[in-house]
Design a protein around this ligand. Structure first.
Ligand SMILES: [Zn+2]
Ligand SMILES: [Zn+2]
Length: 135
């Protein structure tokens, strides 16, 4: 795997760095707002860049919130579940590991061909739990 940022287009780089700068996942329209100063004004431009970045595993979509987050690991083969804090919106990734094998095994036994798996975990992150405990 030789993923360098050098072969990203200008728009892809802009989208990726906006997502990396953001403390939280961003919607396509929030991205558009941030990219306006860079003369990116058309939603399809942002969506095209997001599609390419997702294809390459550099960005993940949080389906339940319809927002996007930069991958914290760089391109990875392993499937991850996205973990999203319901209070601050922070997102991180946890490897599915054995859980994925179990799901694949089960699908195989049922004769179900698995194309894609989206798993999102909602809860309260460590920082928000601490803040809650102090309040
Ligand atoms: Zn990732
Ligand atoms: Zn939180």
């Amino acid at each position: 795997m030789s993923e360098t940022r050098a072969d990203l287009t200008r728009n892809q780089k802009l989208v990726l760095s906006a997502l990396r700068d953001g403390a939280q996942p961003l919607s396509a329209y929030q991205l558009l707002d941030r990219l306006r100063p860079h003369k990116v004004t058309a939603p399809p431009t942002v969506y095209r860049a997001l599609d390419k970045l997702m294809e390459r595993g550099l960005v993940h979509r949080i389906e339940t919130a319809n927002t996007f987050v930069a991958c914290a690991h760089g391109p990875h083969e392993e499937d991850m579940a996205l973990r999203v804090c319901r209070s601050c919106g922070a997102a991180d990734e946890v490897p599915l590991g054995d859980l994925l094998d179990a799901l694949k095994g089960r699908a195989g036994r049922d004769g179900f061909a698995l194309d894609r798996l989206t798993l999102e975990i909602e809860g309260l992150c460590g920082a928000c739990r601490e803040a809650d405990a102090r309040a």
